[in-house]
Design a protein around this ligand. Structure first.
Ligand SMILES: [Zn+2]
Length: 436
């Protein structure tokens, strides 16, 4: 089998191989060794910012911070928290003035769904580092180069134009993967999926939890099971019920990963399934009092992100992983700050509450839930949209009673849907607050 990493390195001027060799060793670093590694990278980054990035140069001069002072990660506390809006407002001042010296700068859009577009930028160094951490993640899943992959994403990823399809097929061939559209519900597509799973020796499925859960339910109804090595999920909450069904239908463990458009891959689950290991070689993660992440990207010189607030919430674990790696664990990625509802009594509830409400009462199982979405339409009104069998009066009474206990005297409406479309970027949102 072709070693895709070597070819990509050659074609793109990246150095995935070099970073991978480092990260293969550094995953076993002690916390002290990792701290030393992080400080040396931070020092290099701040030296670059001081010399070449006007926003940070001004800031550092005004605070008398000099690159030679960087001896501890605590120096980050001297830097302000940066938001997407701030970068947009002063875009040119965040741009380095030595672009010609930075290899492989690429600019692309991110955050197009909310209308809040930021032109994200990174360089060859960042992409090499991200890919190397991803390659290490494949080691953790037990997936080897050449193992066949089934991509089960949304139609936005698999474009329908002939040119895109051709390029897609070619890259599928190189990478030994098959891509199927998770939102194409025609029966012949379902047959193609079953056929692929049966005959193509798929070792890894990459998908969104909700899309794959819907598929797994259909396969389970037909009594079909498969022998896949690993399931890789991203972008949406992966819940215990997802993992359980994936284990049953695909005979595989689920490996969640977390990243964001601006920074790339940030944390990955290991085979202990005990949380997501932060790639501390690449990022320094802090969180504020609302559990929102502040991210410092140690690799990106083309667009420095220092204490970047990306609106994602995550809960850190204090435990060490039994796998022996000492990196910090994220026990739960909660997603965007806007994904919560507010009761008339002021109670704030996250999607996870509604998930437990539906599964702990068994209503999700009994009524054959394919998908649900809870939308706050007014301060005292929430709408329960479900793609499911009709809810009984007792189901509705149970849900309303429990919602009243938590959120006060809310009006609750139930709507049975044929389908609940994902956002234009392909994301499923279990909870939407239209008031935010
Ligand atoms: Zn681990």
């Amino acid at each position: 089998m072709i070693d895709a990493t070597k070819i990509i390195d050659l074609l793109s001027g990246k150095q995935i191989g070099k970073y991978y060799q480092i990260y293969d060793k550094s995953q076993w670093y002690s916390p002290e060794e990792m701290r030393v590694y992080q400080i040396s990278k931070l020092k290099r980054l701040l030296t670059h910012c001081y010399a070449h990035v006007p926003y940070y140069r001004n800031l550092m001069i005004s605070k008398s911070i000099f690159p030679s002072d960087v001896r501890d990660l605590a120096i980050l506390q001297e830097f302000p928290i940066i938001t997407k809006e701030q970068i947009k407002a002063e875009y040119d001042r965040f741009m380095p003035n030595n672009e010609h010296q930075i290899k492989g700068i690429k600019t692309s859009q991110t955050g197009g769904t909310t209308g809040n577009i930021l032109y994200k930028r990174n360089d060859a160094r960042t992409r090499s580092s991200v890919w190397a951490s991803y390659k290490r993640f494949y080691d953790w899943m037990g997936i080897r180069p050449g193992d066949r992959v089934m991509n089960f994403w949304g139609g936005h990823v698999i474009k329908h134009g002939w040119k895109d399809t051709w390029i897609k097929r070619f890259s599928d061939l190189l990478r030994n993967s098959v891509s199927l559209d998770a939102y194409d519900t025609r029966p012949e597509i379902f047959d193609e999926i079953v056929n692929t799973l049966k005959n193509k020796h798929i070792r890894l499925i990459r998908s969104y939890p909700q899309a794959l859960y819907s598929l797994a339910k259909k396969l389970d109804e037909q009594g079909l099971t498969f022998d896949i090595k690993a399931i890789l999920t991203t972008s949406e909450p992966l819940m215990p019920q997802h993992r359980e069904l994936f284990r049953k239908v695909f005979n595989a463990g689920s490996f969640d990963q977390y990243g964001c458009g601006e920074i790339g891959g940030i944390a990955y689950e290991c085979a202990e399934h005990n949380g997501l290991h932060v790639t501390e070689e690449r990022v320094i993660l802090e969180s504020n009092e609302k559990d929102e992440l502040l991210i410092t990207d140690l690799d990106n010189y083309a667009m420095p992100y220092i204490r970047y607030w990306n609106a994602d919430q995550a809960i850190f674990s204090d435990e060490l992983c039994p796998c022996g790696r000492k990196s910090r664990l994220i026990s739960q990625v909660m997603g965007r700050t806007c994904d919560y509802l507010t009761g008339v009594n002021g109670q704030i509830l996250h999607w996870a509450y509604f998930w437990h409400l539906l599964f702990d009462t068994n209503i999700a199982i009994d009524r054959n839930f394919i998908k649900f979405q809870i939308v706050q339409k007014a301060p005292d009104l929430i709408v329960f949209r479900t793609v499911s069998d009709p809810l009984t009066d007792i189901d509705k009474e149970t849900l309303i009673r429990m919602i009243h206990q938590k959120m006060g005297n809310m009006r609750v409406e139930f709507v049975l849907e044929e389908d609940i479309p994902n956002t234009p970027s392909g994301k499923y949102r279990p909870v939407i607050n239209e008031l935010l």
